[in-house]
Design a protein around this ligand. Structure first.
Ligand code: DP6
Length: 342
């Protein structure tokens, strides 16, 4: 009975064109293609110690403390990836994981966490002779997708694209691809995450995706997302920041409008979310800065700006935006190069 050990550090990512809604058939296939900036500082580091045995046993340590609440999600993940790697169905798993960001920050750890675990499992599959290095990243992304859709994009930097789209060569619903056909301004774009509300979300992403099945605007949204992917490709290439701002903010507000138009409906923004948005819009109108925002499925605001504006944006955060953050908390981040073995 052999023991295998692997460790990976994998980042979070922030979608510019959003994944919201799954295909009715298949497991965790997206209703539309999406594209994200891979981040650098918000990461999960996971060490997997896997010992062959005839039964399945899973133990998860978060920051050194046993976390039984994660076990169910990991069992579900193992069931989903077993058709790809049957060996995963049995064995003793010791999963030691930690996040660079506070657990209570409201930042979802599923993208970084699921991609880190998927990468560890792929290392073991290579050692067992069941995977070649040529297919490594693609398979890791596919496994990550089965854990959490957005996790598929975290394997790659500076950007990840997931979902079949004719304008993105090699794209697939099954796994994400790395995307770097981008203007230099985007290669180190900044994303400061303003922690407006640190608590647990009232609706999980997984439940939120499901609500699109009965949303009357769903089909129009999926068509719009396809068109926005086409527009985004040209924007990323040209570095047209005015067009970038318009598309990214529209995507964020569309995501939240879908939540508001679902049944049951819900609002994940907080009053401070809108105050931050208004402050960014006011600054842009007054000073002509190319600063913008996006949102994920929560109240926090991702404040986006070019690296060249880092110092002035930092002053703006301190003087104007910080007051809307819970306990004044925010996390500075920027575009990064994807997951790393540690
Ligand atoms: C709003 O990937 O968290 O962040 O696939 O059910 O695990 P599951 O959902 P998840 O959804 C992320 C939604 C989003 C947009 C995005 O990242 O594209």
């Amino acid at each position: 009975m052999s023991t295998f050990i692997s460790s990976w550090k994998s980042p979070s990512n922030i979608a510019l064109v959003k994944y919201w809604g799954k295909k009715p058939t298949g497991i965790q296939l997206p209703a539309n293609a999406s594209i994200s900036f891979t981040l650098s500082n918000c990461t999960t580091t996971t060490k997997l110690t896997y010992t062959e045995q005839e039964t399945l046993a899973i133990k998860v340590l978060l920051d050194g403390d046993e976390e039984p609440s994660f076990v169910h999600k990991i069992e579900q993940f193992i069931t989903r990836i077993a058709p790809i790697f049957p060996f995963v169905k049995t064995g003793r798993y010791l999963i030691e994981t930690s996040n660079s960001f506070p657990h209570s920050s409201g930042i979802a750890s599923s993208a970084s966490g699921m991609s880190a675990l998927a990468l560890c499992i792929c290392d073991i599959a290579v050692e067992k002779g069941e995977l070649t290095e040529n297919n490594f990243n693609r398979t890791a992304s596919e496994l990550a997708r089965l854990g959490s859709g957005s996790a598929s994009r975290s394997v790659f930097g500076p950007m990840g694209e997931w979902g079949k789209h004719n304008d993105y060569a090699g794209s697939s619903d099954d796994y994400a691809i790395g995307y770097d056909d981008i203007h230099p301004v985007f290669k180190d774009y900044c994303d400061t995450i303003l922690l407006v509300h640190k608590g647990q979300k009232t609706v999980s992403s997984t439940v939120g995706h499901g609500l699109l099945d009965n949303n009357p605007y769903a089909e129009a949204r999926f068509a719009q997302a396809g068109k926005n992917m086409t527009k985004m490709k040209a924007i990323l290439k040209s570095g047209d920041l005015d067009a970038f701002i318009e598309l990214v903010e529209s995507e964020a507000l569309t995501l939240h409008s879908l939540m508001m138009s679902s049944n049951p409906y819900f609002i994940l923004m907080k009053p401070e979310t809108l105050q931050v948005i208004e402050a960014i819009w006011k600054k842009r109108a007054e000073d002509g800065v190319k600063w913008s925002f996006t949102l994920d499925a929560g109240a926090n605001v991702h404040f986006l700006y070019p690296q060249a504006d880092k110092d002035s944006a930092a002053r703006f955060i301190e003087s104007e935006l910080k007051q809307y953050c819970e306990n004044g908390a925010y996390i500075y981040d920027e575009v990064g190069m994807g997951a790393e073995r540690v």
